[in-house]
Design a protein around this ligand. Structure first.
Ligand code: GAP
Length: 462
């Protein structure tokens, strides 16, 4: 099943309008992607479900939408100007640039293991041509050859610079945000004074972030422009609270993915070693997904302690006790693009007869498709159109109409994009005002009264 899965997903995304390469007609631009008519629905559905679970279904979290460009002082205070770096190495012979950890990966890669994707850096020509007899000899040989020809690792800042203003000489330098997080911290006082939050409480945000990634790749997995959905949950600064809330949010985030159909065996937690933690993190664990290119970071749960609030010189005053302190923040930081990619990979099924995206109905871009059995029988088309018009007004999400080809082809087409239900108007419908509703996963069909159709479908979508 996993054979060529990434290639299949990339091709399906392009063909069916989920994801296109950015600026494609001009040859593309590395690390930037555009979401098509179905992709934007999938992303919106992910974001809506996340927002519902974080804001609407709780009374201790509020939302925010901060600006992408902030005063550069923010990035100085937050430590990003100094520490938001990756280590870059460059091949002295062919000038291939990689992150230092990727160089190790490449060595393994060149030994002939692992998944190879077009988005990955190309194998180094020197070692690709190397002729070896046995796996062990090749391993040793490659390591010697490959290690020798790389520069020593250099720090490389990931913040993407922009220049503000119109007069060239007076333009001011600023940054596109490298994480959406800082917008929450700098508005900490504003939110407290304008709403009724009391510790423990959270502020969430969804929005774009930008990073000058050294090697974007694996389709949308590592992009230069991407969307994050984050929670900063503020708590009293002590270990008991810190441990309690860290474990609580780990569990909540894992449950959220499972509730939307992620397979349990595809997810795991991984604790960050001390040498890989971000500069702001006291402690960190990732939720990882078992992707075709290996276990990969999906979402980070970070214990940021008082790093940010103290750097921004912000405190909290308990109204009841008068006590003033710097709260700690527990952060959950997920990627919308990674969610879209991993939900697609998780949903992909194929057998001899069909390709089907078994997306959770809440995430499926098209909720229901309506077909007249035959396109050339006017009464069938008319009735199907009326049902289609009514459902469009009632169903939250896209409703499709299709009268092309035969019914089998239409089912195939809807299965491939994950439409949970297909409604067919046939000759019996004209007599008894019922339609067939076909379930994507079981392929079973039920007859449902037209007047009960909306309730029937909305129950299944919820
Ligand atoms: N505020 C904390 C923070 O930004 P992070 O681990 O650097 O933490 C959080 O990023 C999440 O953002 C990641 O788990 C991933 O889902 C997403 N993300 C980070 N870099 C990305 C990239 N280059 N392309 C796509 N998504 C990315």
């Amino acid at each position: 099943m996993n054979e060529g899965l990434m290639e299949k997903i990339v091709a399906l995304c392009k063909r069916r309008g989920f994801i296109y390469p950015g600026s494609e007609i001009y040859g593309g631009i590395t690390g930037f992607w555009d979401y098509g008519p179905l992709g934007v629905e999938l992303k919106n559905n992910i974001k809506r479900e996340w927002w519902k679970s974080m804001v609407y279904q709780r009374d201790d979290i509020v939302g925010l939408d901060a600006a992408i460009v902030m005063n550069p002082q923010v990035w100085k205070a937050s430590g990003h100007l100094k520490a938001f770096t990756d280590l870059l190495v460059e091949c002295k012979r062919c000038h291939l640039r990689l992150r230092a950890d990727e160089k190790e990966e490449l060595i393994v890669h060149e030994r002939g293991h692992g998944f190879r994707h077009s988005g990955k850096p190309k194998a180094h020509p020197e070692s690709e041509n190397e002729q070896v007899d046995s796996g062990q000899a090749r391993m040793t040989g490659d390591r010697m050859i490959t290690d020798d020809i790389w520069t020593s690792p250099q720090k490389f800042n990931l913040l993407m610079e922009v220049r503000l203003g119109v007069i060239e000489e007076r333009k001011e330098s600023a940054y596109l945000r490298g994480e959406i997080t800082q917008g929450v911290f700098v508005n900490f006082e504003n939110v407290i004074s304008s709403s009724r939050v009391k510790i423990p409480f959270g502020i969430v945000q969804i929005g774009k972030a930008f990073r000058n990634e050294i090697t974007p790749g694996n389709f949308t997995y590592r992009s230069r422009e991407f969307e994050q959905m984050e929670l900063e949950f503020f708590i009293k600064p002590n270990d008991e609270e810190g441990n309690k809330w860290f474990e609580y949010w780990k569990d909540q985030r894992m449950q959220w993915y499972l509730s939307l159909g992620m397979r349990k065996e595809k997810l795991r937690f991984r604790k960050h070693e001390d040498n890989e933690k971000a500069h702001y993190a006291r402690y960190a664990e990732d939720i990882e997904y078992d992707a075709p290119f290996g276990w990969s970071e999906f979402e980070g749960i970070h214990h940021r302690g008082d790093w940010d609030l103290s750097r921004h010189k912000l405190t909290y005053k308990d109204e009841e006790t008068g006590e003033e302190f710097t709260p700690w923040a527990i952060e959950t930081s997920g990627g919308v693009d990674r969610s879209a990619l991993f939900f697609l990979l998780n949903a992909y099924h194929e057998d001899e007869k069909r390709v089907v995206l078994k997306l959770h109905p809440k995430l499926a871009p098209v909720k229901v498709a309506v077909f007249p059995l035959l396109a050339n029988k006017l009464p069938l088309v008319k009735m199907a159109k009326t049902i289609y018009d009514n459902l469009r007004k009632e169903v939250e999400g896209l409703v499709a109409f299709d009268d092309r080809g035969n019914i089998g082809k239409r089912y195939y087409s809807q299965d491939e994009i994950g439409t949970p239900f297909c409604v067919t108007v046939d000759f019996q419908s004209l007599e008894d005002k019922t339609v067939t509703v076909r379930d994507r996963d079981t392929m079973r069909q039920e007859r449902v009264k037209i007047e009960e159709l909306y309730n029937f479908i909305s129950q299944k979508l919820s």
